[in-house]
Write a protein of this length. Structure first.
Length: 441
C-alpha cells in the first residue's frame, strides 16, 4: 500500500511540475491566415485558453502547420526539435512511425491516470495500433469514412426514386447510375436512343485516384497488396481486384455513366466540380466528410441538394478511414511528458470535441461526441449516414506501410491509363511489377 501511495504521489508531482513551468509547442491548433475568424479558429482559441486556465503555468504555443509537413516532421524528429504534440495525417503515419521516434501513448496512461482509450471508435483507434509493434502510436482526433454524396434533385429530374437502403450492390448501382445519366434529348443511358456524346446529366464520377476507389476492390474481396505489405502479386492481379477495376472502367467507358477525364475538364472550364454537382450535372460522387464544408460554402448550396449513402459492394460493404490523430515524440523531456499527455487527453475529451464537432470538418474520434453531434448537425440525416458507415471502415494503408505513398502513386497512374482506354490486365500486370520493385527496396 505504501509503495502504491508513493507511486500516485510521484504521478501527481510530475503533473504538478509539468503544469508549473512548461511551454508546449503544438501543431494542429492554428488555422492559416485565410481561415482566421472561422468556427474552427474560434474552437482552437477557446480550447487553448481553457486548457491554460485549467493547468496554471502550462503555456501552449500554437504553431501553423508548415508546408511539406512529413518532411518537416522527420527532420525535426531527427534533430530533436519536434513539437510536443502535433496532428499527424493517418495516411502517412507509418512513414513517420518507422523512425521509432513516436511515443507509445500507453505511457500517457502512466502519467495521466484519467487518460483512457475507451472513448475512441475501436476501428479508428486500430489505425494507431496497426503497425504490428504492440504499441499505440498516437490517438484519434477526427476522421471520415469515404461515402457517396448524391444530389436528390438530380434524382427527381431523372424521375428516379432515392434508394431506400444505405449500401447498394454493384448491379443496383449500375442500374441506378444508368437511369440517372441523361442525354440532351432526355434519354437515359439504358435507352437504345441514348447519345453518350451529348450528356446533360451524369450518374456518377469515376477518377483515377486510389483513395476514391480502393474500397471498391475491398468490397469484392480483393486487395492491392499482401497483408504483410511485401508484394502486390496475387492481390492487385487477383480475379477479385481485376473485376473491381474493370467494373469502374466500364462505368465510364462502356456504360457512359461517368464523364471521361477530358469531358470532365470541359465541364469544369467555367465551373468547379462542386458547382456541377449542386447544379445536378453529376448526380453522385465519392468523397469524405470534409467535402461538406466546401459544399455548404458554395453559392449554389441548399440542404435539399446534398445527401449521403454508403459505397456499393459486390460481396460486403467496405470503406476506408481518412483520419488525423495526435502524436507525441518519444524523446519528449520528462518535464513536458505529463503536460503533453494531459493536453492530448483534453483535446480528445468531450468538452473540446463537442465544440469542434460544430465546425463540421470531420467526425470526432470520440465515439460519444460523434453520436451526440448527429442531432445538432445542420443535416442530421447526412451525419447519421456517415456514422452508419464507420463500422465498414478500414485503415488507410499509409498507416500500416511506410512505403505505401509510393505504391499509391503507381496505382493512380495505373488507373489513369485504364480510364484512358488501356487494357486492364496489362496495366495491372505492369503496376504489379512496379509495386513489387518499390516494396523490395
Amino acid at each position: 500500500m505504501k509503495i502504491r501511495i508513493l507511486a500516485v504521489l510521484a504521478v501527481v508531482a510530475t503533473l504538478g511540475m509539468a503544469a508549473a513551468q512548461v511551454t508546449l509547442d503544438v501543431i494542429g491548433f492554428k488555422v492559416p491566415p485565410n481561415e482566421v475568424g472561422t468556427d474552427l479558429d474560434k474552437a482552437y482559441q477557446s480550447f487553448i485558453q481553457q486548457f491554460e486556465a485549467d493547468n496554471p503555468g502550462v503555456t501552449i504555443n500554437a504553431l501553423e502547420s508548415p508546408p511539406d509537413f512529413d518532411t518537416y516532421i522527420l527532420t525535426a524528429l531527427a534533430s530533436g526539435t519536434a513539437p510536443a504534440v502535433w496532428s499527424q495525417d493517418g495516411s502517412t503515419l507509418a512513414k513517420i512511425a518507422q523512425s521509432g521516434q513516436l511515443l507509445d501513448m500507453q505511457k500517457c496512461q502512466a502519467v495521466d491516470p484519467g487518460f483512457n482509450f475507451d472513448r475512441f471508435f475501436p476501428n479508428v483507434l486500430d489505425l494507431h495500433q496497426s503497425l504490428g509493434s504492440g504499441q499505440t502510436i498516437g490517438v484519434p482526433n477526427d476522421f471520415t469514412p469515404m461515402v457517396m454524396y448524391y444530389n436528390p434533385q438530380a434524382f427527381a429530374k431523372a424521375g428516379v426514386p432515392v434508394p431506400d437502403k444505405a449500401n447498394l450492390t454493384w448491379d443496383e448501382f449500375l442500374d441506378l447510375t444508368q437511369k440517372l445519366t441523361i442525354d440532351s434529348n432526355g434519354h437515359n443511358a439504358q435507352s437504345s436512343d441514348f447519345d453518350p456524346n451529348n450528356v446533360d446529366q451524369y450518374g456518377f464520377r469515376v477518377r483515377q485516384y486510389t483513395f476514391e476507389w480502393i474500397y471498391w476492390v475491398w468490397s469484392n474481396g480483393g486487395d492491392v497488396i499482401s497483408p504483410d505489405g511485401s508484394t502486390a502479386s496475387g492481390y492487385l492481379d487477383s480475379d477479385a481486384s481485376v473485376e473491381a477495376i474493370t467494373f469502374l472502367r466500364d462505368l465510364m467507358l462502356k456504360y457512359h455513366v461517368s464523364p471521361t477525364s477530358s469531358a470532365l475538364d470541359a465541364l469544369q472550364t467555367n465551373l468547379g466540380f462542386l458547382d456541377l454537382f449542386l447544379q445536378g450535372k453529376v448526380a453522385i460522387f465519392p468523397r469524405g466528410h470534409w467535402e461538406l464544408v466546401g459544399l455548404r460554402s458554395n453559392s449554389n448550396y441548399s440542404p435539399e441538394k446534398v445527401a449521403v449513402m454508403g459505397n456499393p459492394y459486390k460481396t460486403k460493404p467496405s470503406t476506408v478511414i481518412y483520419e488525423s490523430g495526435f502524436v507525441i515524440p518519444a524523446n519528449i523531456s520528462q518535464d513536458k511528458l505529463a503536460a503533453a499527455c494531459k493536453f492530448v487527453d483534453a483535446a480528445t475529451s468531450q468538452g473540446y470535441q463537442d465544440t469542434k464537432a460544430l465546425t463540421g470538418v470531420a467526425i470526432s474520434g470520440n465515439q460519444a461526441v460523434a453520436q451526440a453531434a448527429i442531432q445538432g448537425a445542420p443535416q442530421p440525416a447526412v451525419e447519421q449516414s456517415f456514422f452508419d458507415q464507420v463500422k465498414y471502415a478500414r485503415p488507410p494503408y499509409g498507416a500500416m506501410y511506410a512505403n505505401y505513398p509510393a505504391v499509391e502513386t503507381i496505382l493512380d497512374s495505373m488507373m489513369e491509363r485504364i480510364l484512358n482506354g488501356g487494357d486492364v490486365k496489362s496495366e495491372v500486370a505492369s503496376a504489379v511489377r512496379e509495386i513489387n520493385r518499390e516494396l523490395s527496396r
